[in-house]
Ligand binder design. Structure first.
Ligand SMILES: [Zn+2]
Length: 330
């Protein structure tokens, strides 16, 4: 099946659209609403393909029409995106012009407006006129990450379809398919529910370095061959360059700590750092459950206050010191 990912990411949306098509009650204007990376645009293209596909099993994703939609070259499917953060009147006029041209092929026409919350007032007024004269073969699909910023007049003229966040199993699968290593994909899938953000994190310049730093910290905590604080002071400069990398570091520390707890409780399926099983196992064996939870809570509270810390260095030293402390009296 060509749209397996999309179907498993947004099963309710697919079902809603399929039902409407089957009953011939497709709305002439949909408003796809949901967080970044929830596949709203892919769904919009899906719907366009569903309407224009020439195969028996619609949409096939492979016929001439489907491929042209995917590559945005089908004259019946028009996409508007914000230019410099704004959707302007001229873009709406261009859309109307395009759809009145003879180059448009017979059959349904679909226009997709991404980030409709970025439309300016003049453009919105033109669009509303267009929305108010629905012709059965023209379908509008508007997408937004922020329903609250939309003009009520736009909301009231469309059918709202809500997109839920994407399950981490699907995010992981997509990353692996794109060639990212299994472990890295697993880590990223626990950090975000947005497919778009997942690819940003995985391809980030410092992602692998931060993961390696966390692994090495726990490796030293386990072997106790050197001081983890000194190691950290000498090797942690990358995390201080911006708050994003800093937050990434703490989030990955939290994931690793949770892995130790999962190991402790015998829940091997949820372990993210699969390549670190030996280290995770031997740390779990020398610490009590309460201590592991205390350490985790320390990290979580640090995470919530991190951006207000003036001296991040000192905060980290305290965190690492607690991790490193030997269990007294065996
Ligand atoms: Zn097709």
């Amino acid at each position: 099946m060509a749209f397996e990912k999309l179907t498993s990411a947004q099963p309710q949306v697919i079902q809603l659209l399929e039902n409407s098509i089957r009953k011939d009650r497709l709305s002439h204007a949909y408003l796809f609403e949901g967080e970044r990376g929830t596949k709203k645009f892919e769904m919009a293209q899906y719907l366009a393909m569903r309407l224009l596909c020439t195969s028996d099993d619609k949409p096939c994703g492979e016929c001439h029409n489907c491929r042209r939609i995917k590559h945005r070259t089908h004259p019946n499917v028009y996409v508007i995106e914000p230019i410099k953060n704004t959707i302007r009147k001229q873009q709406v006029i261009d859309l109307q012009m395009e759809f009145s041209k003879t180059s448009v092929e017979p059959g349904p026409k679909v226009y997709i407006i991404r980030n409709i919350e970025k439309i300016n007032l003049q453009a919105a007024n033109s669009l509303l006129k267009f929305l108010e004269e629905p012709t059965s073969h023209i379908h509008a699909i508007l997408t937004t990450e922020n329903l609250n910023r939309l003009l009520p007049t736009i909301i009231s003229r469309s059918q709202i379809v809500s997109f839920t966040s994407v399950p981490d199993t699907i995010i992981k699968e997509e990353l692996v398919e794109e060639g990212y290593p299994e472990e890295a994909s697993s880590i990223v899938s626990r950090l975000t529910n947005s497919t778009t953000d997942a690819f940003d994190i995985a391809s980030g310049d410092f992602f692998i370095d931060v993961v390696d730093l966390v692994k090495e910290i726990y490796n030293i905590v386990n072997t106790q061959e050197e001081s983890v604080i000194i190691y950290f002071q000498e090797n942690s400069s990358i995390i201080y360059q911006d708050s994003e990398t800093n937050n990434l570091f703490l989030s990955i520390m939290v994931l690793y700590q949770k892995d130790i707890l999962n190991y402790y409780m015998g829940d091997m399926n949820h372990i993210v750092f699969k390549n670190e099983m030996n280290t995770i196992g031997s740390i779990a064996k020398v610490k009590t459950k309460n201590r592991l939870i205390d350490e985790l809570e320390h990290m979580l509270s640090l995470q919530s206050r991190m951006n207000s810390y003036i001296n991040k260095n000192l905060a980290y030293d305290n965190m690492l010191l607690s991790l490193e402390k030997r269990v007294s009296n065996g």
